[in-house]
Write a protein that binds this ligand. Structure first.
Ligand SMILES: Cc1cc2nc3c(=O)[nH]c(=O)nc-3n(C[C@H](O)[C@H](O)[C@H](O)COP(=O)(O)OP(=O)(O)OC[C@H]3O[C@@H](n4cnc5c(N)ncnc54)[C@H](O)[C@@H]3O)c2cc1C
Length: 472
């Protein structure tokens, strides 16, 4: 039986970074992956496919100013099908998988394909399609991620009632879709499908989309989604979902439609329903009891600040430990867990987590929101720059973009940055760095930025904020 210093279960962002960090510390490492391909949800069903699809849609609908990868494809095809778009994305996904395999190989990390489960706290069974084996582990990192929640009461299939996993396998965009859930996944796909001309209705139980982001940015997003033809049903709860026969004359390809009944008594119908409420930790089948562990009712594993579970030599990282459940944070948690388990000191700026939402338009934030600062009684002022007052914004033709800085009224330090518009998810990192180094907004006033760039928004927003502060 092979014996390892560390066995990592799962090859998503958390598992990869944990394994690579441990290997860099000179440890003997094995990763176990139940799928034929490495990379986890991030590469195969989540982040990269959805972002590749977004880029393909932007290119196909002429919204992307610079899109070499999809340019030829779009020019050659004219009208595109969803299957064509996904096919165009496959090269990106394949390249990412090759990169990850390359990193495992260059760090001498063994990759075992099969489903892992605990036989005891130090022994992992790996059940492959054709073979079984067991490996011994001094330490274990559980990085099994999550899968879409599929309530038993809903009759999911591959076409009419789907989750984000099946959306990637649709051949054609449906004529109409009901998106249930206005979180990140629901909002991103709603905006992408609307850009493709699909009639989208989005139902969200709360009174606004994306309740963790700045309210002004959420309002702006809602406005732009409505402009793009999305019907938003906010503050509405779905009580039942079922399939019904499509009325004659409908554009349904299989004579079936999805129907959602709302608590308010409304009935909504569409060719397809995307269920995007919550994800479930993939801990079922791990036989956690044999390791002395248990998951909560959403399949998540509790850890302490070191990413250590209740069993000291077993760590967990990534989506399986819960919020914020992003590829970016999962990578960092994986890296930190490896450092912690092998006693390696390491710094992390995890306090300043950026959030990127790749809706159309895209959104990003770091730090506090206005609502949080108000609730906490922190005195602040907001400085705003509209893309339309920035030369680069004009060049891009982005009339809707906006960057907002939240500035402490007394210390003038940066408390939060919120952006919507082209490049928002890139732009946010300037503010993130300033916050990590406790900079005041005077930095942005005095710094020289390349021109014309969107980064100039920082200078304009800082001046706007300081002007307002002058009057206090
Ligand atoms: C549609 C969608 C869009 C997203 N967009 C973004 C985005 O834009 N930005 C962002 O930061 N995040 C995004 N995310 C979230 C991101 O994908 C996850 O946060 C990230 O993949 C979590 O990484 P992980 O390593 O924890 O788990 P995963 O990536 O889920 O990997 C877990 C791996 O463990 C394997 N596994 C599970 N059980 C076993 C077992 N018993 N034995 C062996 N292997 C096992 C799985 O097969 C999988 O490969 C998105 C997610 C979705 C669904």
């Amino acid at each position: 039986m092979r014996q390892y210093d560390l066995v990592v279960i799962g090859t998503g962002p958390a598992g990869q970074k944990c394994a690579i960090q441990a290997a860099k510390l000179g440890k003997r490492v094995c990763v176990v992956e139940r799928c034929e391909v490495v990379g986890g949800a991030a590469i195969n069903t989540g982040t990269i496919p959805s972002k590749a699809l977004r880029e393909a849609i932007l290119a196909a609908t002429g919204r992307s100013p610079f899109m070499p990868r999809f340019g030829d494809f779009v020019a050659a095809r004219g009208r595109v099908s969803l299957r064509d778009l996904f096919n165009a994305c496959q090269t990106i996904i394949k390249n990412e998988i090759d990169l990850i395999r390359g990193h495992f190989a260059s760090n001498r990390i063994d990759v075992c394909t099969g489903r892992a489960s605990f036989r005891d706290p130090h022994l992992i069974d790996i059940e492959g399609e054709h073979a079984r084996e067991a490996v011994g582990a001094d330490r274990v990192c559980i990085a099994v991620g999550t899968q879409p929640a599929r309530p038993k009461s809903i009759e999911f299939d591959e076409i009419d009632i789907i989750t984000s996993d099946e959306l990637l396998r649709l051949r054609e965009p449906p004529a109409s879709i009901l998106v249930v859930g206005g979180g990140v996944i629901g909002t991103e796909y709603a905006s992408m499908l609307a850009a493709l001309g699909v009639k989208v209705t989005l139902v969200e139980g709360r009174n606004r989309l994306l309740d963790f982001i700045d309210a002004e940015v959420a309002e702006a997003l809602q406005y732009h989604l409505r402009q793009a033809g999305v019907t938003l049903r906010l503050g509405e709860k779905v009580v039942s979902i079922k399939k019904v026969e499509a009325p004659s004359g409908s554009r349904s390809t299989n004579n079936v439609m999805a129907e959602a009944t709302l608590e308010s008594g409304k009935t909504l119908r569409a060719d397809c329903l995307l269920y995007a409420i919550g994800r479930q930790g993939a801990t079922e089948g791990l036989n956690l009891e044999a390791a002395g562990l248990a998951a909560d009712d959403r399949g998540r594993i509790r850890v302490n600040e070191q990413y250590q579970t209740a069993v000291p030599h077993i760590y967990a990282a990534g989506d399986v430990i819960g919020f914020p459940a992003l590829a970016s944070t999962s990578m960092e948690q994986g890296r930190m867990s490896a450092c912690n388990m092998f006693g390696q000191a390491c710094d992390s700026y995890g306090k300043f987590l950026p959030y990127g939402i790749y809706s159309i338009p895209e959104i990003s934030m770091v730090g506090w929101t206005e609502e949080q600062l108000t609730n906490e009684g922190v005195p602040y002022e907001a400085g705003v720059a509209q893309y339309k007052e920035i030369a680069r914004g004009q060049l891009l033709g982005d009339e809707i973009g906006m960057l907002k800085l939240l500035i402490h009224q007394e210390s003038r330090t940066l408390l939060g940055v919120h952006a919507i518009g082209t490049g928002a998810t890139e732009l946010i990192h300037i503010g993130q760095a300033a916050m990590a180094f406790n900079a005041t907004v005077d930095y942005f006033v005095n710094a020289v930025f390349n021109w014309p760039t969107l980064a100039e928004c920082y200078k304009v927003a800082a001046l706007n904020g300081l002007n307002k502060l002058r009057n206090i």
